[in-house]
Ligand binder design. Structure first.
Ligand code: BGC
Ligand code: ZN
Length: 367
């Protein structure tokens, strides 16, 4: 069976690997689900792994099969599996439990252990292959009418978790009804967060470098947000126009902007950092003024990573609601299909070099 793999910590090592086809019995107690892979998306995390900045192979291997954003069709299930059956469309969560209390209650996304196990990222092979098997516990159904968006289930789960976490955390304020949100970054997470916040009735400003017109701007505006290019207006200038935001979701992949965003947040506001930045960037930060404003404004800085089963389910519900409110918009994110695992070089080239590619994904099989 073919698989797209890398040698973590070795820059630009993407290659085709060969693996035995897994069997449904590889998972004990009849809980296995064998899935035929249809589509797999790649993102900045895959790029960082191929750049040698991030990720580790499974023990006993010198390579890691990439791919954590999966969409497929169930081919076979073990006798104890109830919630999915052959022919169902599914996606699969990314993180697998360690041993902390959070892992044991199905919340490996908030594990307290520093070592984390993530398919396609850290210590476990991913989905950029022909078939995978996993425990039914991690396999999430995708409704057939959302088949065209199934490959966005994982990024949507990450976006949904970030929003749920901040609403949860802001319960500290007794009343919190965010009116204005800034979303920094208009990649897949930025756009999906824009959608979720619009579904919750928030006025959203989606902020990114590129000038209008652009596909990113069109999608953000089709969701009813305002797109702002930082080439025409800085965050500080924007905040003078709109008033300081109640909420900022940071999804640029740029740690300097993550800190810059802190200086425009309103009182009682919250900022959520979602970017994975494996590099070594350093910038000078106005620590006195941030510290002072943070204290005087009772502000919150929240980090959010990964997503569990329930976030996948709510993410898929939000994708569905998105189709009702903003029909046909979300599929515009899916700009750049690459056909077949053999085209792994093209996949990486699009991911690394292409300015137009908003979302690169591999069509692994028809179905
Ligand atoms: C993935 C998450 C993962 C994170 C950190 C992201 O790209 O979507 O599932 O937890 O990287 O490895
Ligand atoms: Zn990801």
């Amino acid at each position: 069976m073919k698989a797209i793999a890398v040698k973590p910590r070795n820059p630009n090592s993407v290659h085709l690997a060969d693996l035995p086809k897994p069997r449904v019995t590889d998972v004990p107690n009849g809980r296995g689900v064998l899935v035929k892979v249809l589509k797999v998306g790649v993102d900045a995390t895959d790029r960082e792994i191929n750049d040698g900045l991030y990720g580790n192979p499974p023990p006993g291997y010198d390579f890691l099969v990439l791919g954590h954003e999966s969409f497929g069709i169930v081919e076979e299930v073990g006798p104890s599996v109830r919630h999915v059956k052959p022919g169902d469309y599914v996606t699969c969560t990314v993180r697998r439990p360690g041993t902390s209390i959070f892992d044991r209650i199905g919340r490996s996304d908030i594990t307290s252990e520093e070592t984390y196990f993530e398919r396609g990222i850290n210590l476990l092979h991913g989905y950029l292959t022909e078939y995978y098997v996993d425990d039914a516990e991690f396999v999430v159904r995708v409704p057939p009418a959302l088949k065209h968006l199934g490959v966005l289930s994982e990024p949507m789960s990450v976006a949904d978790k970030a929003i749920q976490q901040v609403y949860e955390a802001q319960k500290r304020l007794l009343v919190w009804e965010p009116k204005i949100a800034y979303v920094t970054g208009a990649g897949q997470i930025g756009l999906l967060v824009t959608l979720i916040l619009r579904l919750r009735g928030v006025e959203v400003f989606t902020i990114a470098r590129g000038a209008k017109p652009s596909l990113k701007a069109e999608i953000a505006e089709a969701y009813g947000a305002t797109y702002v290019s930082t080439q025409s207006m800085s965050l500080t200038e924007l905040a003078k126009h709109t008033g300081k935001p109640d909420l900022i979701i940071e999804a640029t992949g740029n740690s300097a902007i993550a800190f810059e965003a802190m200086s425009v947040l309103g009182h009682n506001g919250a900022i959520v950092w979602t970017s994975i930045t494996g590099g070594q960037r350093k910038v000078e930060v106005a620590t006195d003024s941030i510290n002072l404003n943070w204290v005087l404004g009772n502000k919150l800085l929240l980090g959010s990573v990964n997503a569990n089963y329930r976030h996948f389910e709510s993410g898929i519900s939000d994708l569905a609601q998105g189709e009702i409110f903003y029909p046909g918009v979300t599929q515009r994110i899916l700009t750049t299909p690459v056909n077949g695992l053999d085209n792994y070089q093209e996949m990486m080239r699009q991911l690394v070099d292409s300015k137009e590619a908003l979302k690169v994904y591999v069509n692994v099989a028809e179905g």
